[in-house]
Design a protein around this ligand. Structure first.
Ligand SMILES: [Zn+2]
Length: 288
């Protein structure tokens, strides 16, 4: 009898210790944190006046726009890309105009296997942000539902706006949807993964989104084309390419209110990102 009691209390101890381990593990797993990297995979070979990128600007400066993807490397096993870059240019652009390295090759430079990308958050479906989705075979794609519907449907109807869209990319995203590798996000301020929340409203495309990573004092926004340059954010001047200029302006202000240090609101095409943060290797910087 005593023997059985001993076994029973030992079993209870094991169960209790397993329970506490599980609770402890759960507490740790809820504390999701992400390292953030910016990777420049292309750059235009020319400079353009800043006035082209900011409505109402009187700046005399010029800028050489770059093309980038952001990597969020989680302590939860997730390797998330914000946007996928491009693999080819639409007919009106000339590939020779870019200093280009394929986005998956850029990831290999920092020892990230393209097959290990678990998710891609698409901020909007312009060719330079969506065209690379087929380079990452195992990724779940995340896109705003209204942006998707417009991209695959309305844009190509009479009165629709398909500028910046490639028909090839429409076919690619539909294939991903059929393969169950697309999750459509419904609207503003949605936490799509632990510690990652998306916001809409800028109307760069029909329903473009930006990405807030982290919480409290540890927040970073990947604005993508919801601000082309730091200049747009600092001067609160919208870009000329939006369905709604006032909504775009309101979201520049909203991002500024969410993250006080403007350096940590990361724009879509600004080469300054690569001088503000510490270099990991050529054309890659670590934001945090
Ligand atoms: Zn862009």
């Amino acid at each position: 009898m005593i023997f059985i009691q001993k076994i029973r209390s030992k079993l209870q101890a094991i169960v209790l210790s397993l329970l506490f381990t599980a609770i402890g593990f759960n507490a740790i797993s809820q504390n999701n944190s992400y390292e953030i990297y910016a990777l420049k995979f292309a750059s235009l070979k020319f400079k353009f006046p800043v006035t082209m990128f900011a409505m109402g600007s009187t700046s005399k400066d010029s800028v050489q726009p770059c093309y980038m993807v952001y990597l969020l490397k989680g302590n939860n096993g997730k390797n998330i890309l914000v946007d996928a870059g491009f693999t080819e240019t639409p007919p009106i652009y000339n590939m020779a105009a870019f200093n280009y390295v394929r986005p998956d090759e850029m990831l290999k430079k920092i020892n990230v296997d393209p097959a290990s990308i678990t998710d891609i958050i698409l901020t909007h479906p312009h060719w330079d942000h969506i065209g690379g989705i087929d380079l990452f075979p195992n990724a779940m794609l995340w896109m705003q539902e209204q942006d998707f519907n417009y991209f695959v449907g309305t844009a190509w109807q009479k009165g629709g706006d398909s500028s910046g869209f490639s028909g090839k990319d429409v076919i690619k995203i539909i294939q991903k949807n059929i393969a169950r590798q697309l999750t459509l996000v419904k609207g503003d301020s949605v936490e799509i993964m632990p510690g990652i929340r998306v916001f809409t409203g800028s109307k760069h495309t029909y329903e473009s989104q930006y990405v807030l990573v982290g919480a409290g004092n540890d927040k970073v926004i990947i604005a993508s084309d919801n601000s082309w340059l730091y200049y747009n954010l600092v001067n609160l001047l919208p870009i000329p390419l939006t369905f709604d200029t006032n909504a775009y302006l309101q979201n520049l202000k909203r991002m500024r209110a969410m993250v006080k240090n403007v350096d940590l609101i990361l724009p879509g095409h600004d080469p300054l990102v690569f001088s503000k943060f510490s270099k990991v290797t050529e054309d890659v910087v670590k934001i945090k």
